[in-house]
Design a protein around this ligand. Sequence first.
Ligand code: FAD
Length: 720
Amino acid sequence: MALTEDQLLIVESVRQFAQDWRDGGGLDDLTSDDPVPVPPYDALAQDLGMAGLGVAEEYGGAGLGLEELALVVEVLGAACFAGPFLSTAGLATRLLQAVGDDTYLPRIAAGAARFAIDPTGTGRTVLDGDVATDFLIVQDGALYHVSADDVAPTFVPVVDATRGAVDIAIDRATKLGVLPPRALNECRVLLAAELIGVAQAALDMTVAYTKDLVQFGRTIASFQAIKHRAADMMVLVEEARSALAYALQVAADNPDSDLGEGAAIALSTAADNAFKVTGDAIQLHGGIGFTWDYPLHFYFKRARAAKGWLGTPAALRAAIAATDFADEQAEFAPELAPFRAEVRGWMADNLSGAFAALKHRGGPGDEDAFPDERKVWEQQLGNGGWTSLSWPTAHGGRDASIEEQVVFFEEYAAAGGPGRSGHIGTTLVAPTLIALGTPDQQDRFLPGIKAGTDYWCQGYSEPNAGSDLSNVRTKARLDGDEWVIDGQKIWTSNAHESDWCFVVARAVEGTQGRDGLVYLLVPLDQPGVTIKPIIQMTGTSEFNEVFFDGARTADRNRVGDVGAGWKIAMATLGFERGVSTLGQQMLFRNEFDLVVRAAKDNGTYDDPLIRDRLAKMWAGLKIMRTNTIRTMSDPANAALERAALMAKLYWASWHRDLGALAMDAMGGNADRITGGELSRLQRLFMFSRADTLYGGTNQIQRNIIAERALQMPKEPRGDL
Ligand SMILES: Cc1cc2nc3c(=O)[nH]c(=O)nc-3n(C[C@H](O)[C@H](O)[C@H](O)COP(=O)(O)OP(=O)(O)OC[C@H]3O[C@@H](n4cnc5c(N)ncnc54)[C@H](O)[C@@H]3O)c2cc1C
């Protein structure tokens, strides 16, 4: 979201205010037995004039929308600000505007009223009621008002001392109107934003602390157990951010939506994650984290209290499941409707006849299905111009934007498009050659990839060079104008179906690690190459051992300089972690639908635990997609670096969890093989165990996150 200069100034001044409040001992003054002091809120509301941020201008406010309010609330959450800002300027403002109030909004904007909200309609434990001048009560979908003077609130000590509570008698409340469901959901979105601030601050405090504290002669930030926990905390924060971004996107795109799904995703994720992150923060601080004087406990308690305020995470997920996973998301990129229609039409026309048997086949764990037929399909795609969609037009592509690629992937998955035989060529080799290859290499290799006639595999891993990829031992030596290659690669996907392999080999004798490597394009159909299948846990074989015994390739098939192999190899991996994962994600949606179907067919759909897990998965789908699209649409935005770095760990773990859920959803039939072959969900269950390994294992991803995003000390080197 791009903010105007005025909005940025507002956010910045609130940030400064919150910081001063914290630094000035704001949290130190709080106890569970006394009401929260009012002066800080009044200063924020009146002196800084922030109470009316979200109030329409006609009532004296600044008229900011949900997105901007969310930003301000997050900043205050990061300070664990104690005062009824969220209740008054956030929640009350949204609720009152939703019923068209013109009595209380001017008072709020002037900083003359402090509101507390009772979403339960019981009058019990009303948060922020300790300092409220006014109460709003939500009961049976209607909004009621009562002033504090009329209800004699009774102060109730609560665990979270940053938000005092009261009990009130609600029988004297006046009905203001019927609430559209969206209003309360907007409140949930704002609470989610506050919790993101809470979680982010706990993470920041923790990372800083671990970098300072020395135990066993080194900072504890250098211990991998600490780094990995911190990385997981960051993923939880970023997950909540993407969940919030999803809800805000739905709110902006669908003014008519009740925001039920988006708000439930945002708040259930933020509430669970803030609780986990603040708890982990205490653990990583050791004893100091458990003390009253150290502020973490305020964050931890606030995160806990928020879990019950506007609906528990479990209740919010149950609500998602109760809709039978109805999608609230507007069609992506509506301005691309003609392009979408083109893809849809082409798929309908072409994925028919003999190709119809390929629908939904050949995906992960199913690569051995119809290998020849899927190559013919790849050629069909090539004829349609789809294999080179993202390539520049100068190289025979369509120069498609990220948005167009998303639309293509969506429609491809929706039509049941088969697993792509040519994906290593189209999404890894081609971008590498376009960026770093010679014109001669581009002329020779791109047409065959585009046409679906030449197939490629990736020769990186070796028996002792997996995560520690730079430890490659395969040797390449120049003999005239040809390279001679000796060594062994392992786990080489689709080598048995490929014509070419891009191989990273050691070209400079005596070098180690990342130095002295070369990146060669090697033809596989030659006497010096032996390919041996490796049977996977699925019982099928997708990957292979590849032996090079004096195999040869021309020097003009070398990409980059001798010694620059590491750089080129990393560039290729950059493409692997980029757009190509999007296509895969679109297929995840189909798999999710299958799991729901399996739960219905096998009698597990009514099990609340299965429903809860399904709802978590559903949220994960939306979060993953939002995360990927926002990072790829704005790659230069440094603020999104963390979101980009978490992508692989997130989708791989999500997919693994879906695999486990698929089996549980099948209940008593999970283990049973019918018709002589594994079902799609059984294959999913098994193959998803590979997702957390290839392309950088989960552990390696955590190293990367800790080191790059959190700047924690580096591991002894080698890994990806
Ligand atoms: C289905 C599948 C397809 C594949 N396809 C290809 C392919 O086409 N081409 C190709 O080149 N490779 C391919 N691979 C290989 C893949 O890239 C490697 O499996 C991966 O890099 C991990 O290496 P490894 O298996 O040797 O495990 P290892 O690196 O030996 O790891 C073993 C364990 O140690 C952990 N570990 C290792 N180093 C560290 C560290 N520094 N800190 C913490 N923990 C660590 C790992 O996380 C893992 O849990 C494929 C793998 C699979 C499963």
